[in-house]
Write a protein that binds this ligand. Sequence first.
Ligand code: ZN
Length: 220
Amino acid sequence: MVKVTFLGHAAFKIEGSKTVLVDPFITGNPQSPLKGVEDIDKADVVIVTHDHGDHGFEDAVKICKRTGAYFVSQYELVVKSNLEKVEPMNIGGFVNVGGMGVEVAFTPAWHTAGVGDPTGVIIRMDGKTIYHAGDTGLFYDMKLIGELYKPDLAILPIGSRFTMDIYQAAKAVEFISPKFVIPMHYNTFDLIKADPKEFERLVGDKAKVVILNPGESFEI
Ligand code: ZN
């Protein structure tokens, strides 16, 4: 069993035999159920998909220092982090992070970033596969991501303007064909308003849409 907790915006905690954080934007995140990074005492792996302020690079560095977690990101961001316990990577094959049994692979994402390029991420742990798409527009190779990794869960942005909107994200579900979908990256700010219920309606029976409020969890 793997437990996925929504920490608001694009931030997630994934707990199984290890604890994994993705895009831990906590400081300044109006949706964060946590008061600050000091609320995080345990993490084994911290992943940042791309260098934008709302994806938590700075908090990730602090969390890695507090918890001794591995920092996993593309090479350029790993260099920028100055951390020592790291797995520098890029879009490609899986890395078994620190030999701990958490396997991570980065995927393309159509977006921009400060340092380096934007990515999505595949996380395999305890026999479950999760695709966190990062920030991205819709692209047809999501079909390949579905074929290659067969994700149990896809976490997709739906807020439009900077990422897919609900219509494009519903098309993405068709391409990826996961069992479950959690929408993210919407309603954090006025610029990215979206209706997750309407997204759920558009997805229909293609997958089970799980709408989480910040702080809520779902088990796969
Ligand atoms: Zn971004």
